[in-house]
Design a protein around this ligand. Structure first.
Ligand code: C5P
Length: 403
């Protein structure tokens, strides 16, 4: 009963994936949650309020201007008397409304009136998901602190098209809800952790920089997972577009040297997890003014110099944390390179992953990793980055607490 006593408002908007919401209601209730459903007009074209009401054992809220609904709880109480709002499926239209603060029906009004955590499970045609307008809206909502699960790749129910747009499976949505509502045991209470995440930006001149494709999703998820287990976490993040994780002190930096300084200034700590994709090189002398193109002249080569290796510095520091974890993003020989890295950098664990472009891991939401210790190699199944984070946080806890 991982959701025992939790009150969830489930907003169902109008997409074919609404049929999966029926199963989602069952799964949430099986785990002890109560579910209050809100349906948009569109949703009612795909599944009936009768089915939603029967499965949730609740009144189904559909109208903003309904005397009956308003007398029952009213949209403001609907928005506040809950622990979590889940939107599944979330259409492009509902996300656009939310991103712009529109409130012209019950669902959008509840979403504007709430200060509770909101979990969004988008479902739409791949072209709609890839549209710049939708991307803008997702970025806005992420920055507003909403959490997303999915969409997943696969075949669309209506058109048979392939691509990103399928709603996440009900059990994955439940797991994401559990993570957001977690009030489980705190085996890392009293422990301190430092996590790095995201890329670094190494300036070429005041307007240009060298960067990489890291999104920060994995590092941020690890910081959040350690915090959920009770650790006092500092996240040192390079430039990313995702929100700071809840319950984590986040320090924003741009360059590798700034990241190193921020990390070292927070030692000693019990745990260090260095996930950032730190640029190996920076421009030796970045220009104070914008470098101008001169007609007829060949471009001048960039002189690079090596950046500090933050993981290696931490792994060999006099205040070395009890557990030092590194990542190894490789495109070939994942295991051998990971092992070599463990030794060279003085780490206890290396999480190695294959970031060849075809895996979609760099910048994506899923990850397929090998956990390399001094004595073993474990292949973990294909998991969401949140699940990798949870597993890693549990493993760190066991190692630290002598498990
Ligand atoms: O050597 P490589 O960049 O592949 O090592 C990856 C691991 O080292 C990651 O954990 C990364 O965060 C860390 N690293 C670092 N500072 C660097 C380069 C990598 O902390 N300058």
């Amino acid at each position: 009963m991982t959701l025992a006593g939790k009150r969830i408002v489930l907003i169902v908007s109008g997409g074919i994936a609404a049929y999966k919401s029926l199963d989602l209601i069952r799964r949430l209730r099986e785990r002890g949650a109560t579910v209050r459903p809100v349906m948009t007009r569109g949703a009612q074209e795909f599944v009936t309020p009768l089915a939603v009401g029967a499965l949730s054992a609740s009144h189904v809220y559909t109208e903003l201007f309904s005397r009956e609904d308003e007398q029952d709880v009213g949209h403001i109480r609907l928005a506040r008397d809950c622990d979590l709002i889940v939107i599944a499926p979330a259409t492009a239209d509902l996300m656009a409304k939310m991103a712009n603060g529109l409130a012209d029906d019950l669902a959008s009004t509840v979403l504007l009136a709430t200060d509770m955590p909101v979990l969004v499970a988008p479902a739409m045609n791949p072209k709609m998901w890839a549209h710049p307008a939708t991307k803008r809206n997702v970025a806005t909502l992420t920055a507003d602190g909403l959490s997303f699960i999915g969409p997943m790749a696969g075949e669309m129910a209506e058109s048979g098209e392939n691509g990103l747009g399928r709603m996440a499976e009900p059990l994955d949505i439940v797991a994401a809800a559990e993570r957001l509502l977690d009030d489980g045991p705190k085996p890392l209470a009293g422990r301190t952790a430092i996590v790095t995440s995201g890329p670094t930006h190494e300036p070429i001149d005041p307007v240009r920089y060298i960067a990489n494709r890291s999104s920060g999703r994995q590092g941020h998820a690890i910081a959040a997972a350690l915090a959920r287990l009770g650790a006092d976490v500092t996240l040192v993040s390079g430039p990313v577009t995702i929100a700071d994780p809840k319950g984590v002190a986040t320090v924003h930096v741009e360059r590798a040297e700034e990241m190193r300084d921020a990390v070292i200034s927070r030692l000693p700590a019990d745990i260090a997890v260095m996930v950032a994709a730190v640029a190996d090189w920076r421009v030796a002398a970045s220009a104070g003014q914008k470098i101008k193109k001169k007609p007829g002249e060949a471009p001048s080569p960039l002189q690079l110099t090596e950046n500090p290796d933050i993981l290696k510095t931490v792994g060999h520091h006099e205040h070395r944390p009890k557990i030092v974890v590194g990542f190894a993003a490789e495109t070939e020989n994942v295991e051998d390179n990971g092992r070599a890295k463990l030794e060279r950098k003085g780490a206890d664990l290396i999480v190695a992953n294959d970031v060849s472009p075809e895996t979609g891991i760099m910048g994506g939401t899923r990850n397929s990793v090998k956990l390399i210790t001094r004595t073993s190699v474990e292949q973990w199944p294909d998991l969401s980055k949140d699940e990798v984070a949870d597993r890693l946080a549990r493993r760190i806890t066991e190692t630290l607490n002598g498990g």
